[in-house]
Design a protein around this ligand. Structure first.
Ligand code: OAD
Length: 258
């Protein structure tokens, strides 16, 4: 567009500094700089999610303690790491947008809780969280924060006594409906949509990018690698999310000359 800067970081930074409704979709790449492996990267510790005996309602019913223990291993791993510059930049962006009467909707596919630990509020967790457990019988939920000691057996529900399961979305399960509705609404209604650190191959999460494109939002990707969406986006910034997001929200960015 006329008057826009050539450097994608400058250009997207300008968009960010004026947009009021921003939606961000994050994936495993946003936690890579914290030391967590991505889903499809080499040596992924998440591979158990492809094993129905570890990550499905039937697997849980067959052996609740085995499934619980495997997820507890992941929770222990998450407890060892800390939010990185990408999580912090998104939390800061949320505060800045709020302060000028705008809104950041942060939608994540991650189940590691790092956005919240960095200070983001109202995070839409499409795939649930390792830091919560829930009862499949009476639907009660409990927090399993990083301070809660790791256990080898699935705890009993305080309401009905059934074993609690990790509150994550497994193989073949539907996404939490209300969370997905809110994500859809924000993708369809935003001015600027950022897809950060996701391979964008898992639906319905990746479909949010289509929604943003269809609604006419400026749609941007931040990822060291291209994705199938790259050719359709207003800008693609190649690089690690922490570095790029920190540069995008630099407080001293010179204003775009009118
Ligand atoms: P993937 O492992 O598929 O993709 C991670 C993306 O992050 C890749 O595109 C990498 O290029 C990129 N990446 C790597 N390092 C990065 C960095 N430092 N900064 C930015 N990007 C980086 O993970 P997701 O797209 O999150 O679902 O996977 C989506 C879903 O697939 C997961 O939520 C999970 C899985 O099935 C469930 O478990 C329900």
């Amino acid at each position: 567009m006329p008057g826009e800067r050539n450097d994608p970081i400058q250009r997207v930074g300008d968009w960010l500094s004026t947009a009021r409704r921003v939606a961000v979709l994050t994936g495993a790449g946003v936690s890579a700089e914290s030391g967590l492996p991505t889903f499809r990267g080499a040596g992924s510790g998440w591979a158990g999610f492809n094993d129905a005996s570890l990550a499905s309602p039937d697997g849980f019913t067959a052996n609740p303690d085995r499934v619980w223990q495997w997820h507890e291993g992941l929770r222990a791993r998450v407890a060892e790491v800390t939010p990185n510059a990408a999580h912090r930049a998104l939390a800061e962006l949320g505060r800045r947008l709020g302060a000028r009467g705008g809104r950041l909707t942060l939608i994540t596919q991650n189940i590691d809780g790092l956005h919240q630990r960095a200070g983001s509020e109202g995070v839409l967790e499409l795939h649930g969280s390792l830091l919560r457990a829930r009862c499949m019988a009476c639907r009660q939920r409990i927090a399993m924060g990083i301070d809660v000691p790791i256990t080898r057996t699935a705890p009993a529900c305080g309401g009905c006594g059934q074993p609690l399961r990790p509150d994550v979305v497994w193989f073949g399960e539907a996404l939490p409906a209300e969370t997905l509705d809110q994500a859809v609404e924000s993708a369809a209604d935003c001015e600027l949509f950022l897809s950060v650190g996701t391979s964008a191959v898992v639906y319905p999460a990746a479909g949010l990018i289509d929604l943003a494109l269809r609604s006419g939002a400026r749609t941007v990707e931040i990822n060291p690698q291209p994705t199938a969406y790259t050719p359709r986006l207003a800008a693609s910034i190649r690089g690690p999310a922490g570095d790029i997001l920190a540069r995008l929200i630099e407080p001293c960015r010179p204003p775009h000359p009118a």
